[in-house]
Ligand binder design. Structure first.
Ligand code: UD1
Ligand code: UDP
Length: 353
């Protein structure tokens, strides 16, 4: 089968690499990069270190408002569908690149497969929530990562299209963990001691684009017992400057450029705690048994909270400080995210088309 896979943002490069490998034995994959993320450390570094082939096409869309960005992606993707004539389109997660790919697939009468289907935060103000709901409802095969995601899809009447494959990010971490310990010198480069630092990432628009929330988060992180390393997303860096919070951030935190995947997994594995508003990082922390303090009011990854390995604190300074100091973390029995073979189950799921 000829598969047109669409990626564009950092977490999608991580999700795509195990799947690309699994597809290689039986299918022909054409990888398309929308160009949503384009900085070297937000894009190229992943292709270099994850051993996935360069995308066959890069639309070079870049940053823009949601409407224009999505519309321009759709125009470019529609031309590629015509040119490549794939049997199906594969999209990942919940970004604007996901939605653009999904809409183009239905409007050009191609089968659509959604990897990481069925996630719901319940917060309709998040652009990602709209992207994932719309994508799920127009997909032909829904590859859900968890039993909870399957239940969400069943509740919306989509149960007959669902297959619970597990989480492809679990496959990715299993591949990366040993390699990261062996190859990454990120701890040494940043003079960090294993188990004696906090890792943080903040990029969610609801946090970065609200100066009060961003400041409250910085204050909470600054109160941590250990040094805090913050690989800053470009959006976060520019907002810190715009809101005159750059000095507060750099006086109290070790602000660095975003790092590559192996370096990030090494940091997460070696951290005493992680404080994040990322979706993917909450799960990776759970896989690596690093206690996670989530800088949001709700999460799609409810299993991590139910097991006791993740706590939701929003942008509340005191709650962040208290959660970072907690010692009672637990991870439950079994693996709610599958057995690390999600990518090959995604490849198998194409047989349902
Ligand atoms: C996007 C996704 C979000 C995902 C995140 C992963 C949407 C709606 N959001 O958010 O779900 O969690 O990616 O990181 O699709 N920028 C650069 N260089 C880059 C990329 C971005 O400077 O390589 C800056 C630009 O100023 C841009 C801003 O970051 O306007 C935001 O980028 P964008 O892709 O729109 O959203 P993210 O916050 O990255
Ligand atoms: N990540 C990375 N370097 C960084 C920060 C994150 O490689 O400096 C990886 C992380 O390991 C995870 C993915 O990027 O696999 C998460 O992306 P992000 O937090 O941007 O998006 P989200 O998961 O919230 O959509």
């Amino acid at each position: 089968m000829k598969v047109l896979s669409i990626v564009g943002a950092r977490p999608q490069f991580v999700k795509a690499f195990p799947v690309s490998r699994a597809l290689a034995s039986e299918h022909e994959e054409v990888l398309v990069h929308t160009g949503q993320h384009y900085d070297e450390e937000m894009s190229d570094v992943f292709f270099e270190e994850l051993g996935i082939p360069e995308p066959a096409h890069n639309l070079g869309i870049g940053s823009d408002g949601h409407v224009r960005q999505t519309a321009r992606m759709m125009t470019g993707l529609a031309e590629l569908v015509e040119q490549e004539d794939p049997d199906c389109v594969l999209v990942y997660g919940d970004t604007n690149s996901t939605l653009a790919g999904a809409l183009v697939a239905v409007q050009t009468n191609r089968d659509l497969v959604h990897v990481e289907a069925g996630l719901r935060s319940g917060n309709r103000d998040m652009p990602e929530e709209t992207n994932r709901i719309l994508t799920d409802h127009v997909s032909d095969v829904l590859c859900a990562p968890t039993a909870e995601a399957v239940r969400n899809l069943e509740a919306e009447g989509l149960g007959d299209r669902v297959v619970n494959v597990g989480d492809v990010m679990y496959d990715a971490v299993l591949w990366a963990r040993e390699k990261a310990v062996e190859h990454s010198d990120v701890l040494e480069r940043n003079e960090l001691v294993e188990g004696e630092f906090v890792l943080s990432t903040v990029h969610r628009a609801s946090n970065t684009d609200d100066p009060d929330r961003l400041e409250a988060i910085l204050e909470g992180l600054a109160a941590a017992e250990y040094p805090v390393v913050l690989p800053a997303h470009p959006r976060t860096k520019s907002r810190l400057r715009e809101y005159d919070l750059w000095e507060l951030a750099t006086d109290y935190l070790h602000v660095v450029e975003p790092v590559g995947y192996l370096d990030f997994i090494r940091l997460l594995d070696g951290a005493e705690r992680v404080a994040t508003d990322s979706g993917g990082v909450q799960k990776e922390a759970f896989f690596l048994r690093t206690p996670c303090v989530t800088l949001r009011e709700e999460t799609e990854w409810v299993e991590t909270v139910e097991a006791g390995g993740n706590v939701l604190v929003g942008a509340d300074t005191d709650a962040i400080r208290e959660a970072l100091a907690r010692d009672d973390w637990s991870y439950g029995e079994g693996s709610p995210y599958g057995d690390g073979d999600a990518a090959s189950l995604v490849a198998d799921s194409l047989n349902r088309l």
